[in-house]
Design a protein around this ligand. Structure first.
Ligand SMILES: NC(=O)C1=CN([C@@H]2O[C@H](COP(=O)(O)OP(=O)(O)OC[C@H]3O[C@@H](n4cnc5c(N)ncnc54)[C@H](O)[C@@H]3O)[C@@H](O)[C@H]2O)C=CC1
Ligand SMILES: N=C(N)NCCCC(=O)O
Length: 393
C-alpha cells in the first residue's frame, strides 16, 4: 500500500511539472523557422493487469496515464479484481470526473481481448504472461496501436566468493520467496561461485527453514499461499518435472506439514540443474529457486544471459568494478547490485527480449501515455520562393 500511495504522489508531481515542459524549443540551424514540442495525452489508454500485485500493478498504469491527461479503461485480473474496484470507489469519493477512469472486470478473452482490439482505445499497457502479451500485441497491431508489455522473467542472481554470506543469502531469499515467488522480476536462477557454493547452500537452507509460512494475515508471515489451485498445481508440476529430469530438490518441494489446507508450497531450492532443464528455462511464478555454480566472471555472465527473458538481473560482490562490468553485460532492463527486488517509483521498470518492451515508472512511465507533437512556424516576412510567381497582369 505504501508503494501505491508513493506512486500516485509521484505522478501527481509529474503532472504538474508537465505543464512547465510544454512548448520546449527545438534548436534549428536556420532563422526563418521556429519549432517547439507539445506533449499531449495519447488518448484512451487500455490497461490490462495481472493478479500478483493487483492494486500496485494497476497503479503503475493508472497514475501515469491520468497524469498524462488520458482517460483510462482498467481491466484487472479476474483472480484479484476487488482492490481495483475499491480504487474506483475512492476515485468517485475524491471527485474524479465520471468517465476518466473506467474499470471493467471479467475474463481475458471476454473483457481483455475486446479492449486491446477496440478502435477507440489508443494504447494498451499490459502486465502478465508472455503468451497473453503476444495475443495483445497481435490484436493491437490490427489498429497500429502502440503497446507496452511487462511480461515474465527468469532473472539471475550472481553471487561471487568475496561476499558476506549471510547478507547475500538474505537477498537471495528475498529475491525469490517474496510474494511466494509470484513476482515477474523474481531472481529465480541463483548462480554461485564454486568456492562458496557449499557454504552458501547450507546457510540458504538454514534461512529457508526459518521462514514463517502462514496465513498472510498472521503477524510475521513471510510466505503465504499461492494465488489459485491452478497455480499451485502448475508449480508442483514444475518441481516434479525438475526431479524427473535429474535435478535435486535440496530443500522444500512439498506442502508445509503444519498447513493442511490452502495452496501452500514450501520454499523450494533445486540444485544439480542443467541449462536444458525446464526449471532453468521457464518461469515458475512460485517459491522455487534453481541453482548453478560457476568458476569465472565470464561463465557467470554467459549463464545469466542464457534465457529468452530479460527483465531483471542481480549481482552481489564486494568488488564494485566487477559489479559495474556485470551491470553492462547483463541483457536485462533492470540490474540490482548487492540486493534484489527493491523497486523505486522514480526508476524505470521493464524488460528486454521476451520480457517485453516499454518502461513503466519514473518519467519513462509518463512518456508511455504521451504523444509528441512538433509545431513548426515559418517566421520570415519573405515569400517562400520555391515556385515561380505567376504574372500579376
Ligand atoms: N510477469 C508477470 O508479471 C506475470 C506473469 N504471470 C504468468 O502467467 C501465468 C498465467 O497467469 P494469468 O493470470 O493467466 O496471466 P495472463 O497473462 O493470462 O493474464 C493477465 C491479464 O491478461 C488478461 N488476459 C488474458 N487473456 C487475454 C487476452 N487474450 N487479451 C487481453 N487480455 C487477456 C487476464 O484477464 C489478466 O487480466 C502465470 O502462471 C505466470 O507464470 C502471471 C501474472 C503476472
Ligand atoms: N514491489 C516489488 N518489489 N516488486 C514489484 C513487482 C512487479 C511485478 O511482479 O510485475
Amino acid at each position: 500500500m505504501d508503494d501505491v500511495v508513493a506512486c500516485f504522489e509521484y505522478y501527481a508531481d509529474l503532472a504538474e511539472a508537465l505543464d512547465g515542459k510544454q512548448r520546449s524549443p527545438i534548436s534549428l540551424p536556420m532563422e526563418n523557422f521556429k519549432s517547439y514540442v507539445l506533449k499531449e495525452p495519447i488518448g484512451v489508454a487500455g490497461l490490462i493487469t495481472a493478479w500478483n500485485y493487483p492494486l500496485l500493478m494497476a497503479t503503475w498504469k493508472v497514475a501515469p496515464s491520468l497524469a498524462a491527461g488520458c482517460t483510462a479503461v482498467l481491466k484487472p485480473s479476474e483472480l484479484a479484481s476487488l482492490t481495483c474496484l475499491e480504487l474506483g470507489a475512492i476515485c468517485i469519493e475524491v471527485g474524479l470526473p465520471p468517465g476518466v477512469l473506467n474499470i471493467i472486470t471479467g475474463l481475458g478473452p471476454e473483457a481483455g481481448a475486446p479492449l486491446s482490439s477496440h478502435p477507440h482505445v489508443d494504447k494498451v499497457a499490459f502486465t502478465g504472461s508472455t503468451e497473453t502479451g503476444k495475443r495483445i500485441m497481435t490484436a493491437a497491431a490490427q489498429m497500429v496501436k502502440p503497446v507496452s508489455l511487462e511480461l515474465g522473467g527468469k532473472s539471475p542472481l550472481i553471487v561471487f566468493d568475496d561476499v558476506d554470506i549471510d547478507k547475500a543469502v538474505e537477498w537471495a531469499i528475498f529475491g525469490i520467496f517474496l510474494n511466494a515467488g509470484q513476482v515477474c522480476s523474481a531472481t529465480s536462477r541463483l548462480l554461485l561461485h564454486e568456492k562458496i557454493a557449499k557454504q552458501f547452500l547450507d546457510r540458504l537452507v538454514a534461512w529457508a527453514k526459518n521462514i514463517k509460512i502462514s496465513d498472510p494475515l498472521e503477524k510475521g508471515c513471510r510466505l503465504g499461499s499461492v494465488i489459485s489451485e491452478g497455480q499451485y498445481e502448475k508449480i508442483k508440476k514444475f518441481i516434479s518435472t525438475a526431479r524427473s529430469e535429474g535435478a535435486t530438490i535440496l530443500y522444500g518441494g512439498a506442502r508445509p506439514q503444519h498447513l493442511r489446507r490452502g495452496f501452500f508450497i514450501e520454499p523450494t531450492i533445486i540444485t544439480d540443474v542443467s541449462t536444458s532443464m525446464q526449471i532453468w528455462r521457464e518461469e515458475v511464478f512460485g517459491p522455487v529457486l534453481c541453482v548453478k555454480e560457476f568458476r569465472t566472471e565470464s561463465e557467470a555472465v554467459e549463464l545469466a544471459n542464457d534465457t529468452h527473458y530479460g527483465l531483471g538481473g542481480a549481482v552481489i560482490s564486494n568488488d564494485q568494478e566487477r559489479c559495474e562490468r556485470i551491470s553492462k553485460a547483463l541483457h536485462s532492463g533492470i540490474v540490482w547490485i548487492n540486493c534484489s527486488q527493491p523497486t523505486l517509483v522514480q526508476a524505470p521498470w521493464g524488460g528486454n527480449k521476451r520480457s517485453g518492451f516499454g518502461r513503466e515508472l519514473g518519467e519513462w512511465g509518463l512518456e508511455n501515455y504521451l504523444t509528441v507533437k512538433q509545431v513548426t512556424k515559418y517566421c520570415s516576412d519573405e515569400q517562400w520562393g520555391w515556385y515561380q510567381p505567376p504574372s500579376k497582369l
